[in-house]
Every structure is written in structure tokens, then in C-alpha cells.
Design a binder for this molecule. Sequence first.
Ligand SMILES: NC(=O)c1ccc[n+]([C@@H]2O[C@H](COP(=O)([O-])OP(=O)(O)OC[C@H]3O[C@@H](n4cnc5c(N)ncnc54)[C@H](OP(=O)(O)O)[C@@H]3O)[C@@H](O)[C@H]2O)c1
Length: 317
Amino acid sequence: MEDIYKADTCRYDSGMQYRRCGRSGVMLPALSLGFWHNFGGVDPFQRSREITHCAFDHGVTHFDLANNYGPPYGSAEETFGRLMKNDFKPYRDELFISTKAGYDMWPGPYGNWGSRKYLMASLDQSLKRMNLDYVDLFYSHRYDPETPLEETLQAMVDIVKRGKALYLGISRWPLEATRFAIDYLAARDTPLLIYQGRLNMLDREPLDQGIIELCDKSGVGFISFSPLAQGLLTDRYLHGIPSDSRMAKGRSLKEAVLTPQLAAQLHQWNEEAAAAGMTLSQKALRWILDTQGVTSVLIGASSTRQLLTNLEAVTTP
Ligand SMILES: NC(=O)c1ccc[n+]([C@@H]2O[C@H](COP(=O)([O-])OP(=O)(O)OC[C@H]3O[C@@H](n4cnc5c(N)ncnc54)[C@H](OP(=O)(O)O)[C@@H]3O)[C@@H](O)[C@H]2O)c1
């Protein structure tokens, strides 16, 4: 039997900033929490629970999921579903929950990419796992070069019309397809709310490709995933590779990326951050939040200590 969770009554007084998402009515916290790593069936549930509570207790109202987060696939949504049922039910209307579909999820021809068949079925499965009637935000997780964009986008419009999602987003779509999506969705009264892309001090692709500028001009929000480059932009790898780190697990962050040149750059940024009275992770988060057009940064965390350090980047003036 789990102890009963009661959210901190001061959760909106801890200094969290809320920023308007494009030209919409939605305000997102400057710092949002992602469930890609550390919330799967392989991870200790109590730790996932503590991190999620800590986030909400500090005003983090946006949690980001996807059908395939785990491992195993689907299990991060199940973890969230357990939290939703036992802890967050009284707070549903204070939460902004997103999920996505786009990567391989189940075997056969209908469990991947951007068909109407896949997106509709995937969201129904996600809602069941998450113990939700609707998500606040549904994303196309990636651009599908084979499926007509009209099919993917119309399925998303219909998802909103059926009340299964309130808003729509796209992730990692190229510039021209993004422009098409913005126009298509606006013409059907279900405007694109947000674009999710990887922006951090080591990877400026959405800036260089003009995605952020397009979103900004079009009234679409932008949320940056992997803002700490999966942990590189923290003190995690300044003195080797800790055995409990994401890099040591070797799944999504490979040792080969940590070249001597990168290590030297990280040390330099770390010293600059220290001179300014910050940690490297705080410097990295502030850099993104100071970029014109960015609504929120979407961090991951494997402990409440990491989360609290990162929260200080937005709660300390
Ligand atoms: N749309 C997409 O295609 C896409 C792709 C990737 C991610 N995302 C979203 O973005 C979210 C965040 O991605 P991410 O987890 O890669 O973000 P991240 O914030 O760049 O990396 C998080 C990792 O950095 C380390 N870390 C965080 N704070 C730290 C601190 N203060 N000190 C030391 N280490 C710290 C931890 O690594 P350790 O685990 O080693 O402790 C943590 O797991 C995901 O959960 C997901 O929602 C979306």
C-alpha cells in the first residue's frame, strides 16, 4: 500500500515561471519533465514516483511521454498511469500531459510511422495505460516521408474533434513539412500548438534550420528536448563515466561521443558557469530559455537531487 500523496500547498509559490505557448491560451512551465528514461518498468517505481512528486510540488505542471518510452515500450505510460490513479487524480486539471506516436511500437505494418491506422490505435492504447480520458497534447513523434502529410495531419485533427487530445504538436519534422502542418492545421481550426525539437548548447539544429524562427513567427511554441544533451551538459562526465550514468548503460548515449575535445569544452563551460555562480546544467538550461521563441525546456532526471539543481535555473533570479 503506497502512502497517500498530498501536493505541496506552496507549489505555485516556489518561483516557477509559466510562459505562453505561442499564440495560444496555454501557459507551460519553463521547466517540464520528460519520461523517456528513468520511468520504465526496469526502473524503481518509488524513485520515479519521488521525482514526479518533487516536480509537481515545485510547479512543474507539464509531463511529457510517448508510447514507446520505457523500457519495455509502453511502461513509462504505465508508470504514469499508476501515479495518475493513485496520486494525481485530484490534480488532473492542474496537469498538462503529452504523449506521442511515430516510432516502432508493435509488430507488423500498422505499429509505426504516421498512418491514420497507427496514430488512432496508438493513442487509444496510450490513454488506457495512462488512466486518462484524454491527453492535453498529442504529438506526431516524427516525420514520415512515405505517408501523405494530409493523412497524418487529418488523423490528428480528428483526434482533437473526438476529444482524445486538446492540442496538437509535431516533433522533429523538417522545415517545409512543418510549414505545411502549420497551414493545414490552422485551416481546420486545430492550430499547431508546439514543436518539439532538440536544442542545447551542443546542438543548435532547430535554430540553424529556421524551425524556431518559423514557429515564433507563426505563433507556435517550441519545447527543447534533451536540453542537457542527455547529461553531457552537467557535471556527470567531467571526471569519467559514473557506473550509474546513462552513458554507462550505453543505450542512447554512447561513450564515443565523449571525445577529448568535447571534454575540454565541457570543462571550460563548467568553469564559466562556476564563475557566474551556477552549475553547468543551470547555465545550459538558461542558455536555451534565453533563446527567442523557446517556451519550455524538457529535462530528464534520475534523482530528485538533479531535478532540484535544475529547478534552481528557473527559480533563482
Ligand atoms: N521528441 C523526441 O524525439 C525526444 C527525444 C528525446 C527526448 N525527448 C523528451 O525530452 C525529455 C528529456 O530528454 P533527456 O532525458 O535526454 O534530457 P536531458 O535533460 O538532456 O538529460 C537528462 C539526464 O541528464 C542527467 N542529469 C540531469 N540533470 C542533472 C544534474 N543536475 N546533474 C547531473 N546530471 C544530470 C541525468 O542523467 P543520468 O541518468 O545519467 O543520471 C538525466 O537522466 C525526455 O524524457 C522526453 O520526454 C523527446
